[in-house]
Unconditional design. Structure first.
Length: 705
């Protein structure tokens, strides 16, 4: 762009040299004007305008030479992209939201802008665009003459060329001073020196304001007609071409709608006058007003959109609102809509239980991709803080955390048929009351297998198991699986087995997707790829599989949690944890204070995590895992997601076999079957109780409906 500066300096020098002759010429012309014909007066008027402009430029250079040279912007900025909106899409290309600061703009190459819009714009703004070199003396003089002889202010013509308008928009302010006008003229000549006409048009159509925060023809076409610019018909093109002269005055929203249509008709007339269209075509076009789209702003899947915004910041896209990025995410709007509907329905049904909110996260377990994220029952809910995103918040997981503890036990040599005593126990705590865990139903089952203890979510066996495993061992395993919220280990004791350590749903779901994916970890992600404003790819998500758990152990966990028989003693044979004709591993969780209720379940392909409770952590009045709360949400959504997929099971890994031990058939890691002792019988029902828990749950289920 160095040649631009040299060009401007040459122009300044020439104007300085010609200053005196221009002055004398102007004086001579003014003296020569006498009463003549209208045609002669018009010719002389044009000559005067021409002379005034040249003398004005000369005078401006002589007066403001130093200031103009010092303050003149770098012309190379013409090639710097303007601020552009960044768009977030779902995985199928559905727009979720546009981020921008002040200027909502999408860059469109000139070959995508229809000829009708180019014609219309040139006709109304700069008829001699292809003939001049930045400023049109004839155009300015004609505009002044036209405006003097017209009484209708609505049809006043401007004298600035398209190049001048572009220069003013990019480089200069809107102040109306002589010095600014000199800069505009000099820069316009320089722009024409550096760019061809089509490059100037491309920048013009992408820079110019079309009303409010709308800049550029693509966003204007979308705002007013809900279309891409290349889909515009000729009426719509003429409508847009008329806006830049006075976007507020010609806005179709509010009281000025008829002004907007009158302006469109004027543009059509000018197209005919120039010869771009016939007079007959112009009359035909003026009969039809294009339909204007209602002015709306919307955001789809808002919790997910702002989650993605945070992820972009972590990736280093700190100023992405101005960079014109296209961000393609993992979200599936079909799954998202279904999840949103189910959450809203089920939270409404449970309001009598003092349950005011719910949340859902759906993952593709093969890739870690988020298919749906519902952070609350309604982002705009007035009765709660709907913007609070439960899926990324810290909440206690309750018993839903137990599979990690049982995984540690299996890795330490236990089996699904290893037994543990479900009986009262207390653990002394220095300076405090002893820690005495209780089962959910207040009963004890005696000696039970690990499989039954896990599937039926018995609390006392879980605490005893953690006492054997060690709290640090459970935290180590959780961190290896992606839990990051237990860094201060001094906070945790044996109550960690029952979910006293807060987790994020995104991290818990990511950890359990490892079970679903047979021990392979994929980071939970929301972004697939990012393209820049020209469509060039600048980020592409690459799948990085990492094995963190031996698939033999994950198979056994899945076997336990997908066994309806093993969960029947507590949840009953027909609970909502069962998906008909499908093998699904599932784990519930409820905190002792009834502040959080969870249900997390998975197949070899998909994981669904659900939660209900209250944002302010006030307790629910009643909730029964397997019957009410999060489980109905999980059941409905998982049923939908597995309906077409058919039955899917985890394949039995090498080194795992089904054997008959102690009269029971069970899967074992080969060699561990010898660890099972068959001395004690396992109690099939709560010890010392003839209470029919299955019937109680079925009655509760009917009551909850």
């Amino acid at each position: 762009m160095q040649k631009s500066s040299l060009l401007i300096k040459k122009i300044i020098n020439i104007l300085e040299l010609l200053g005196r002759p221009f002055y004398l010429a102007l004086k001579f012309i003014i003296k020569g004007i006498k009463k003549t014909s209208k045609w002669m007066r018009k010719v002389k008027f044009h000559l005067i305008v021409w002379a005034v402009i040249l003398v004005g430029m000369t005078a401006g250079v002589l007066i403001f030479k130093k200031e103009i040279i010092d303050e003149l912007p770098d012309i190379s900025q013409i090639n710097t992209p303007p601020a552009m909106s960044s768009k977030i899409y779902d995985r199928n290309g559905e727009l979720l939201y546009k981020f921008y600061e002040d200027e909502n703009r999408t860059w469109i190459p000139i070959d995508k802008i229809p000829l009708s819009l180019i014609w219309a714009t040139i006709a109304i703004e700069d008829k001699k665009f292809f003939d001049h070199h930045g400023l049109s003396i004839k155009g300015i003089s004609q505009a002044v003459w036209y405006n003097i002889n017209k009484s209708n202010d609505d049809n006043l013509r401007g004298g600035s060329t398209i190049t001048q308008q572009l220069v003013k928009n990019i480089f200069l302010s809107n102040e109306k001073t002589f010095k600014r006008k000199i800069k505009e003229l000099l820069l316009s000549i320089s722009v024409e020196w550096n760019l061809d006409k089509y490059q100037i048009l491309e920048r013009y159509f992408n820079q110019i304001p079309y009303g409010g925060e709308t800049y550029g023809v693509q966003e204007a076409a979308n705002k007013y007609f809900g279309k891409n610019v290349w889909e515009l018909n000729m009426n719509e093109a003429a409508f847009l071409a008329g806006l830049p002269a006075a976007p507020s005055s010609y806005s179709p929203y509010g009281e000025n709608k008829e002004y907007a249509y009158a302006r469109m008709r004027h543009v059509i007339d000018e197209m005919a006058n120039v010869g771009f269209i016939s007079k007959e075509k112009a009359e035909e076009l003026k009969k039809n007003n294009p339909e204007i789209k209602e002015s709306t702003k919307y955001i789809r899947s808002p919790h997910f959109v702002f989650y993605v915004k945070d992820e972009l910041a972590k990736m280093g896209f700190d100023n992405f609102e101005k960079e014109g990025l296209s961000i393609y995410t993992t979200l599936d709007m079909g799954v998202q809509k279904e999840a949103e509907k189910i959450v809203a329905d089920e939270v409404s049904k449970a309001k009598n239980l003092h349950i005011t909110n719910g949340a859902v996260l759906v993952l593709d377990v093969k890739t870690g991709e988020i298919l749906a994220m519902v952070g609350s029952k309604d982002y705009y809910a007035a009765d709660i803080d709907g913007k609070y995103n439960v899926t990324t918040a810290l909440r206690q997981p309750g018993s839903s955390i137990k599979p990690i503890n049982y995984l540690v036990a299996l890795k330490k040599g236990k089996t699904l048929l290893s037994t543990i005593d479900d009986s009262p126990v207390s653990y002394p705590i220095s300076g405090q009351k002893p820690y005495t865990p209780q089962n959910y139903n207040g009963k004890y089952m005696g000696r039970v297998t690990l499989k039954t203890a896990l599937a039926s979510s018995l609390n006392i066996p879980s605490v005893k198991l953690l006492n054997e495993n060690g709290v640090d061992s459970m935290i180590d395993q959780a961190e290896e699986m992606g839990i990051t919220t237990w860094e201060d280990r001094s906070r945790f004791g044996l109550s960690l087995a029952l979910g006293s350590g807060e987790v994020k749903m995104t991290e818990l779901a990511g950890a359990y997707s490892i079970f679903a994916n047979s021990g392979v970890k994929n980071e939970v992600v929301g972004i697939l790829k990012i393209d820049d404003y020209l469509g060039k790819n600048i980020y592409l998500r690459r799948l990085e599989n990492k094995r963190v758990v031996d698939e033999k152990y994950t198979f056994l966990i899945n076997e336990a949690l997908s066994s309806n028989e093993a969960r029947t003693p507590i949840f009953g044979a027909n609970s909502k944890l069962r998906i008909k004709d499908r093998t699904v591993a599932v784990k519930t969780g409820t905190t002792n204070s009834l502040k959080d209720n969870w249900c997390v379940g998975w197949t070899p392909n998909v994981l669904v995590a659900t939660w209900v409770g209250n944002n302010d952590s006030s307790p629910m009045s009643w909730v029964a895992s397997g019957v009410s709360g999060a489980t109905p949400i999980w059941n409905r959504l998982m049923t939908e997601l597995t309906m077409e997929a058919g039955e899917q099971k985890w394949s039995v890994p090498e080194g795992v076999e089904k054997m008959k031990v102690c009269g029971k058939e069970e899967y074992f890691i080969v060699g561990t079957e010898s660890e099972v002792k068959c001395k004690s019988e396992v109690s099939p029902t709560p010890e010392g109780s003839d209470f029919n828990w299955q019937q109680w749950f079925e009655d509760a289920n009917r009551w909850n409906r």
